[in-house]
Write a protein that binds this ligand. Structure first.
Ligand SMILES: Cc1cc2nc3c(=O)[nH]c(=O)nc-3n(C[C@H](O)[C@H](O)[C@H](O)COP(=O)(O)OP(=O)(O)OC[C@H]3O[C@@H](n4cnc5c(N)ncnc54)[C@H](O)[C@@H]3O)c2cc1C
Length: 388
C-alpha cells in the first residue's frame, strides 16, 4: 500500500499553528510505522496492540489535553488532531486513547482528591496503568440514569454490587472508574484491579472494533476504601461531562477514518482498469469521490470550529453532539461507499476500508447513539425533550 495522503481542500492547515502541524505529523508517523503494518492482523485476531501503550505514553498522547501530573497539557485542537491521526490507523486505537484520557484521567483530574490525582494520573499518563470507564449496564445503555449498580456505605468502605457491560479496556485495566448509585444518586468510584469481589469477562464475537478489548465488569460485595469515591461530583453530570470530552475526540477521530477510506478509494479507482479505462474516469465514480470530498471538508470545518470553541470555553455538550453525530455519520457513509468502490477487494483485509467500515458501526453506537444525539439536538432546537 502507498503511504497515506490526507486531504485539505479548504487549506485548513493555514489555520493551524506550526506546533499543531508538528504534533499531527509526529502522530501520523507513529501510526504509519507502528500501527498500519500490524493492525489488520490484530483485527483478525481480536487483539489490541498492547505493545504500543508505552509509546503512546512517551509521545504524551494519554490525557494529552490535561495539565499537570505528567500530562502533556496540549491545546484542544492538537488533541483533536491526535485523535484524527490515531483513528486513521484504527478506531480501536483511538478508543483506547479516548477512554484512557477522556473517560478515566479526566474524571480523576476534574473530580478527584489530590491524593487520587497523585496516585493515578502520572501512571495513566505513561501507560503504566490502563484505565476503563464503567457506565453502561446490560439493561441500561442509552438511559444510564436507570442503572442498577449500587454502593452502600459500611464503616470505612463502600460495598459495590452490579454489572457493567461493553466496557472498553475492561479486562486489561489496572483501574476502573465505575458509576454507581449511592443513596439513589449516581457517584464515581475508583476500583483497582484485584480488589476482591471485582471480576471481568472478555466479550467475544464482535465484528467491529476487534482490535479493542471489550468486557463485562462484575461487582459482587466488592469493598473499596472510602477514599476511592470521586468527591467533587454528584449525579449524571459526572459521567456525562466525561462523555463530552470523549465525544469531542470522536468528532475528530471519525474524520481520520473517513480520510483513510477516501484516500484508499481514490488511489484504487485511479489504478483499477475496467472497460479499458481506470474506473476513476467514470462519472459515477467521480460523483462518489466529489461527494466524499465535500463531506470530509465540512466535517473538518466542524471539528476545527468545535476545537476553537473548546479552547475559548464556549463549547456546549450540544455543540459536541452535532459534531459527533455528523462526523461519524459521514464517515460511516463514506466507508460503506468506498467499500463498494473497491469491488471484491473491498471485503478483504488487503485494504483498510472494510475494517474502518465495521469499526464505525460501533462508533456510531457508543458515546450516545446517532439517534440519541438527534434527540439532544431536537431538544436544543425546540426546548422539548423527546427521550421518553
Ligand atoms: C465496542 C463498544 C465499546 C463500548 N465501550 C464502552 C465503555 O467503555 N464504557 C461504557 O460505559 N459503555 C461502552 N459502550 C456502550 C455504549 O455506550 C452503548 O452501547 C450505547 O450507549 C447504546 O446503548 P445500548 O447498546 O444499550 O443500546 P440501546 O440504548 O438499547 O439502544 C438501541 C437502539 O434504540 C435507540 N433508542 C434508545 N432510546 C431511544 C429513545 N429514547 N428514542 C429513540 N431511540 C432510542 C438507540 O438509538 C439505538 O438505535 C461500548 C459499546 C460498544 C459497542
Amino acid at each position: 500500500m502507498e503511504p497515506f495522503e490526507s486531504i485539505d481542500f479548504y487549506r485548513l492547515d493555514d489555520l493551524l499553528t506550526e506546533e499543531q502541524r508538528l504534533i499531527r505529523g509526529t502522530v501520523r508517523e507513529f501510526v504509519e510505522e507502528n500501527i498500519i503494518p500490524s493492525i489488520e492482523q490484530h483485527f483478525m485476531d481480536g487483539t489490541f496492540p498492547r505493545e504500543v501503550i508505552p509509546q503512546l505514553g512517551e509521545l504524551g498522547l494519554l490525557g494529552a489535553n490535561l495539565e499537570g501530573y505528567g500530562c502533556a497539557g496540549l491545546d484542544n485542537i492538537s488533541y483533536g488532531l491526535i485523535m484524527q491521526e490515531l483513528e486513521r490507523g484504527d478506531s480501536g486505537l483511538r478508543s483506547f486513547v479516548s477512554v484512557q484520557g477522556g473517560l478515566v484521567m479526566y474524571p480523576i483530574w476534574r473530580f478527584g482528591t489530590e491524593e487520587q490525582k497523585q496516585k493515578y494520573l502520572p501512571r495513566l499518563a505513561t501507560g503504566e496503568f490502563v484505565g476503563c470507564f464503567g457506565l453502561t449496564e446490560p439493561d441500561h445503555g442509552s438511559n444510564p440514569s436507570g442503572m442498577i449498580t449500587n454502593a452502600v456505605e459500611d464503616g470505612d468502605e463502600y460495598i459495590l454490587n452490579g454489572n457493567k457491560m461493553w466496557i472498553t479496556n475492561g479486562c486489561v485495566a489496572d483501574v476502573a472508574v465505575v458509576w454507581a448509585k449511592l443513596d439513589g444518586v449516581v457517584r464515581g468510584f475508583i476500583v483497582e484491579k484485584g480488589t476482591p469481589g471485582f471480576s471481568t469477562t472478555l466479550q467475544q464475537g464482535k465484528f467491529s472494533l476487534r482490535a479493542s478489548v471489550t468486557s463485562e465488569l462484575h461487582f459482587q460485595d466488592c469493598r473499596i476504601p472510602k477514599g476511592n469515591l470521586l468527591p467533587d461530583v454528584q449525579g449524571l453530570k459526572g459521567p456525562l461531562s466525561c462523555l463530552t470530552q470523549a465525544r469531542y475526540g470522536i468528532a475528530w477521530g471519525a474524520v481520520g477514518s473517513a480520510m483513510a477510506c477516501f484516500d484508499c478509494a481514490r488511489k484504487y479507482t485511479g489504478s483499477r482498469i475496467q472497460f479499458d479505462k481506470p474506473i476513476a474516469s467514470f462519472q459515477i465514480v467521480q460523483a462518489k469521490l466529489a461527494e466524499q470530498l465535500s463531506e470530509i471538508t465540512k466535517a473538518q470545518l466542524v471539528a476545527l470550529r468545535l476545537g476553537q470553541m473548546k479552547e475559548a470555553g464556549t463549547m456546549t455538550p450540544q455543540h459536541v453532539s452535532l459534531a459527533k453525530r455528523n462526523n461519524v455519520r459521514i464517515a460511516l457513509d463514506i466507508a460503506r461507499i468506498c467499500r463498494d468502490m473497491l469491488g471484491a477487494n473491498g471485503v478483504t483485509h488487503e485494504y483498510p476500508v472494510g475494517r474502518h467500515m465495521l469499526n464505525l458501526e460501533s462508533v456510531i453506537t457508543y458515546e450516545g447513539t446517532h439517534d440519541i444525539h438527534t434527540l439532544i439536538l431536537g431538544q436544543s432546537v425546540t426546548g422539548i425533550a423527546a427521550y421518553s
